[in-house]
Design a protein around this ligand. Structure first.
Ligand code: DX5
Ligand code: ZN
Length: 219
């Protein structure tokens, strides 16, 4: 089962609630929420107050991606705001295992993200503490970037490390119809897509999601 997680970074921020509702109704499985602090990544987006504000616009899982360092102080505010999963970056601090344990204690799904230059072995010893590993296929901070092709082989290595654990593999950045099948064949089961979903405006969201879903399941 492949999940499509539209990233609202590419949505119209002036109408975020309606955009979340629209992409939910267009067939999104999860809603990917990109949180950027202007320190870990060279961009600032939204905080927990915005997650709280959009919570009532969808019943789909709010998949919060914290591009934040240090991150521990922000775990509880985002869990309280209604996040269903919280993904932290392995590169955000020296105590990843403790951060994941704290996230687990908050009762949300636990995710760990790795940047393009970070080897999958960095998460090897925390795979039992995570429900999801997010493999960045662009350098984080912006939507609309080009997919880094080396991600495909990296996803395959990660899926081999995960083995038979029930851990989702999410790929995030530059996902389009043209590369969806390759990342799924390599072992990804959750695709984050911002510009590919939101391009063309609300009247295109359902078709864009359907196109991605069809491409992802193509052999
Ligand atoms: C980048 C974000 C991604 C991005 C995806 O830092 O983590 O989720 O918004 O957007 P596209 O699909 O346009 O690359
Ligand atoms: Zn993201």
């Amino acid at each position: 089962m492949i999940s499509i997680a539209p990233s609202i970074l590419s949505a119209d921020f002036a109408r975020l609630g309606e955009e979340v509702r629209a992409v939910d109704e267009a067939g999104a499985d999860w809603i990917h929420v990109d949180v950027m602090d202007g320190h870990f990544v060279p961009n600032i987006t939204i905080g927990s107050a915005v997650v709280k504000a959009i919570r009532s616009y969808t019943t789909k899982p709010l998949d919060v991606h914290l591009m934040v360092a240090p991150v521990d102080a922000f775990l509880e505010p985002f869990a309280d705001a209604g996040a269903d999963s919280i993904t932290v970056h392995a590169e955000a601090g020296p105590h990843l295992s403790r951060t994941l344990q704290r996230t687990r204690e908050l009762g949300v799904r636990v995710g760990v993200a790795i940047n393009p230059a970070t080897p999958v072995t960095v998460v090897e010893h925390v795979l039992d503490d995570a429900d999801l590993v997010l493999v960045m296929s662009v350098n984080p901070g912006f939507g609309g970037q080009r997919f880094i092709a080396a991600t495909v082989e990296k996803v395959a290595r990660l899926r081999a490390l995960i083995g038979d654990r029930a851990v989702d593999v999410q790929v995030d950045g530059g996902i389009i119809v043209g590369n969806a099948a390759a990342v799924v064949s390599a072992g990804a089961n959750v695709l984050v897509a911002g510009s590919a979903v939101f391009t063309g405006g609300p009247e295109r969201y359902a078709a864009n999601i359907a196109d991605l879903r069809e491409a992802a399941s193509a052999e």
